[in-house]
Structure formats: C-alpha cells, structure tokens
Design a protein around this ligand. Structure first.
Ligand SMILES: Cc1cc2nc3c(=O)[nH]c(=O)nc-3n(C[C@H](O)[C@H](O)[C@H](O)COP(=O)(O)O)c2cc1C
Length: 182
C-alpha cells in the first residue's frame, strides 16, 4: 500500500508501453476515481470516453501525433478522452464573472485522480493536451458544446520509467503570507 505521497511520486508520465491490453475493469476504476473529483459548484462538467476500439484509437492517435510530438500514442492500448460541457449555469457564469475558467480546473483535477488510480493499480498514463480537437470531436461523435480537453493514454509501461521528478524546489515557489520575489 502506497502512502499518498509515495503514490504521487510513483505516478510519472509513461511514454513507452509494452503492448499488453488494459482490462476494462481497470479503466473503469480510474474513471470512478475521476468521477469523485471535486468541481466548482459540484457541476461535474465532464464526460469520460474510454477508447479501446482499433478504429477509434487510430483516429485519436493521428489527432495527437503532429510536429514530432506524441508518437508514443501508437503503443497505448487504451486512450481516455476527458471532455467538458463547460459546467452548469452557476459554475460557468461564476467563472465568467471571476475570470477563472473553472471547468478547466475541474477537468485537471479529474485527470489527476484518473492517473493516480492507474498508478496505484500498476498501470501507466500520460496526459496529452497537444491534439487536434476537431479530429477528436469527429472521431467520437461529440455534439456541439462537448469539448475534448485532454487525452490520457493508459497501458503498461515497457521497462521502468521511474525517475526523479524534475520540479522546482519548494523555496522557489512557496512563500508564507505574501508574495516574495526569489
Ligand atoms: C495539461 C497537460 C498536457 C500535457 N500534454 C502532453 C503532451 O501533449 N505530450 C506529452 O508527451 N506529455 C504531455 N503532458 C505531460 C507532461 O509533459 C508531464 O506531466 C510533465 O513533464 C511532468 O512529468 P511527469 O508527469 O512524468 O511527472 C501534459 C501534461 C499536462 C498536465
């Protein structure tokens, strides 16, 4: 059993998959963790579309591969697409008034829940924000108003990508009580 911080350290973006298929049950567990994420006004502005069909996967892969980016998507046996409907009226109006697009924040939290659940189950994920939205919308038959915001590859890692996280030190990004210039 991982402690929470151990699990956070364990999750890393996996860009090499060994070709083993992912059980749908595992993907559903990850989606369940995402479903339980918090959201502004509890508006739950998400739709999760789990893709393991060869033809759909082909279209999603081609939507993510461009300018030398994301060629590893070809190895991933499953791709989750996190879409947003923009949130309910309170959250979307509130977001406009405050100038904070809450539904982006909500989808990000749900995405991390998804990835942490996968890591706990021994699977690997990589969030992908670099993709062609039109291609994804057409591949999945998304109606107007449902926007794909993030793809997440899901599969089993080839080798061991575990590595020290390259992150800024806390003292570069944290201060108490007021902003301080570093
Ligand atoms: C919103 C978002 C979009 C991302 N898009 C991509 C992407 O298109 N391709 C990719 O290889 N990684 C992508 N990543 C993964 C980041 O590069 C990765 O999380 C970051 O380098 C930190 O590494 P780690 O996840 O291994 O800790 C994305 C991550 C986030 C949160």
């Amino acid at each position: 059993m991982n402690t929470f911080l151990e699990l956070v350290k364990l999750r890393t973006s996996v860009r090499r998959y060994d070709g083993r298929p992912v059980d749908r049950e595992l993907a559903l567990q990850c989606a369940e963790a995402a479903r339980l994420a918090p959201s502004a006004c509890n508006s739950q502005p998400w739709r999760f579309i789990l893709c393991d069909d060869a033809e759909v996967l082909g279209q999603l892969r081609s939507s993510a591969r461009s300018m030398g980016m994301n060629s590893f998507v070809d190895q991933a046996p499953m791709i989750a697409v996190l879409c947003s409907d923009g949130g309910n009226i309170q959250a979307s109006l509130g977001g406009k008034v405050k100038g904070i697009p809450y539904h982006y924040i909500d989808i990000g939290i749900a995405a991390e829940h998804f990835c942490l659940a996968a890591a706990e189950a021994g699977a690997g994920t990589c969030m992908i924000g670099w993709f062609n939205k039109k291609k994804v919308s057409s591949a999945l038959g998304l109606p107007p108003g449902i926007r794909p915001l993030l793809l997440i590859t899901l599969g089993y890692e080839q080798g061991d990508a575990r590595r020290e996280k390259r992150r800024k030190n806390l003292d570069e990004i944290l201060s108490w009580n007021r902003y301080t210039r570093q």
